[in-house]
Write a protein that binds this ligand. Structure first.
Ligand code: A3D
Length: 320
C-alpha cells in the first residue's frame, strides 16, 4: 500500500515541528509548503538528514508551489502570523483571513480529498473561513484547539495531583480564546471527576479555579515567556494526534473546532465540541449535557466566535 501524504501549509515554527513529528511517527511522506523561499526546502532537508539516525522512512520535500501538495491525504494549515506579547489572537484576524483565502484555493485545486486541520489563529473564525474558501465538505475541515487546551489542562492537573498524565482526562470546549470552557465535571483522574477530587481533599476549589484560569491563559503564558512568537511543540503534537486519528481510522473522541449544525442549539458554525475523528473525518459530534452554568459559559464563548465570524464577513463580503 502506498504511503500516506501529509501536506503542511506553512513551514514556520509549528510547520517544522509537525514535519519532524510526522516523520518520526512514519505517518507518511511529507510536503512542507510556504511562501517564504528556502524555508520549507531547508527544513525538509534538515529533517530528512535526521532520518538515518532515527531510522524513519519518509520522503520530505520543501516547496513554494501548491502543485506539490497534489493528492495529499491530510493538510495541516499553520500559514499566517502568530501572536507577539500584548496581542490577542483576534488581532491576527485581518492578515490571516487573506492567508486563508489563498490556502483554501490552493487546497481546493490540488488536494480536494484531504482531511484539513487548521491551526492558524483566531482559530474558530479561520477554520470557518478556510472551509468556505476551500469549498471542501465541512466534516473534512476541522480546527485544532481543544486537544491543545485540554492537554494544557491535563498537564496542570497531573502536576497538582502528582499523578501520571496518562490517567488525567480533560475536556475544554468552546472557542479557542479567553472564553474557552474547561469542563471540570467531565475532567477526571482515571474516571474520578474533579469535583469529587475536591471533596476527597486532593485539591481545593480555589486551586482548581486557578488551574482553570491558567488553562485559559495557557497560550499567553508561553507568548510572554518566548517574546518572539507563540507555542509550537504542544500545538504541533495536538494536530498530529488528530491527523493520526484520521489516517488510522482510530475513532478517537477529541475536542475539536468542528462544524456544528443542530447539536448544542447551534445553527451551522465552527466551535470547539467533542468529536469522533476517523476515516470519514469528523464522524460524530458528542452532544454532551451541560449544567446551566456550563451552558452559560459555552454560550458566552459561542458569542465571541460569532463576533469574529461577523468581522470576517465585514472584511471579505464574498464570505456569507
Ligand atoms: P510562524 O513560525 O510565523 O509560521 C507561519 C508561517 O506561515 C511562516 O513561515 C510564513 O512564511 C508562512 N506564511 C505566511 N503567509 C503565508 C501564505 N500566504 N501561504 C503560506 N505560508 C504563509 O508561526 P507559527 O508556526 O508559530 O504559528 C502559526 C499559526 O498558528 C499562527 O497563526 C498562530 O497564532 C497559530 N497558533 C495556533 C494555536 C492553536 O492552538 C489554535 C497554537 C499556537 C499557534
Amino acid at each position: 500500500m502506498a504511503r500516506s501524504k501529509i501536506a503542511l501549509i506553512g513551514a514556520g515554527q509549528i510547520g517544522g515541528t509537525l514535519a519532524h513529528l510526522a516523520a518520526l511517527k512514519e505517518l507518511g511522506d511529507i510536503v512542507l509548503f510556504d511562501i517564504s523561499e528556502g524555508t520549507p526546502q531547508g527544513k525538509a532537508l534538515d529533517i530528512a538528514e535526521s532520518g538515518p539516525s532515527e531510522g524513519f522512512d519518509a520522503i520530505l520535500k520543501g516547496t513554494n508551489d501548491y502543485a506539490d501538495i497534489a493528492g495529499a491525504d491530510v493538510c495541516i494549515v499553520t500559514a499566517g502570523v502568530p501572536r507577539k506579547p500584548g496581542m490577542s489572537r483576534d488581532d491576527l484576524l485581518g492578515i490571516n483571513l487573506k492567508v486563508m483565502k489563498s490556502v483554501g484555493e490552493g487546497i481546493a485545486k490540488h488536494a480536494p480529498n484531504a482531511f484539513v486541520i487548521c491551526i492558524t489563529n483566531p482559530l474558530d473564525a479561520m477554520v470557518w473561513a478556510l472551509q468556505k474558501f476551500s469549498g471542501l465538505p465541512a466534516e473534512k475541515v476541522v480546527g485544532m484547539a481543544g486537544v491543545l487546551d485540554s492537554a494544557r489542562f491535563r498537564h496542570f492537573l497531573s502536576v497538582e495531583f502528582n499523578v501520571s498524565m496518562k490517567d488525567v482526562t480533560a475536556f475544554v470546549l468552546g472557542g479557542h480564546g479567553d472564553t474557552m470552557v474547561p469542563l471540570t465535571r467531565y475532567s477526571t483522574v482515571a474516571g474520578i471527576p474533579l469535583p469529587d477530587l475536591v471533596e476527597m481533599g486532593w485539591t481545593t476549589q480555589e486551586k482548581l479555579d486557578g488551574i482553570v484560569q491558567r488553562t485559559r491563559d495557557g497560550g499567553a503564558e508561553i507568548v510572554g515567556l518566548l517574546k518572539t512568537g507563540s507555542a509550537f511543540y504542544a500545538p504541533a503534537t495536538s494536530a498530529i494526534e488528530m491527523a493520526e486519528a484520521y489516517l488510522k481510522d482510530q475513532k478517537r473522541l477529541l475536542p475539536c473546532a468542528a462544524y456544528v449544525d443542530g447539536a448544542f442549539g447551534l445553527n451551522g458554525m465552527y466551535v470547539g465540541v467533542p468529536t469522533i475523528i476517523g476515516a470519514g473525518g469528523i464522524e460524530r459530534i458528542a452532544a454532551i449535557k451541560m449544567t446551566a452554568d456550563e451552558q452559560a459559559m459555552f454560550d458566552n464563548s459561542v458569542n465571541a466566535v460569532k463576533g469574529l465570524v461577523e468581522a470576517c464577513k465585514a472584511i471579505d463580503p464574498s464570505l456569507v
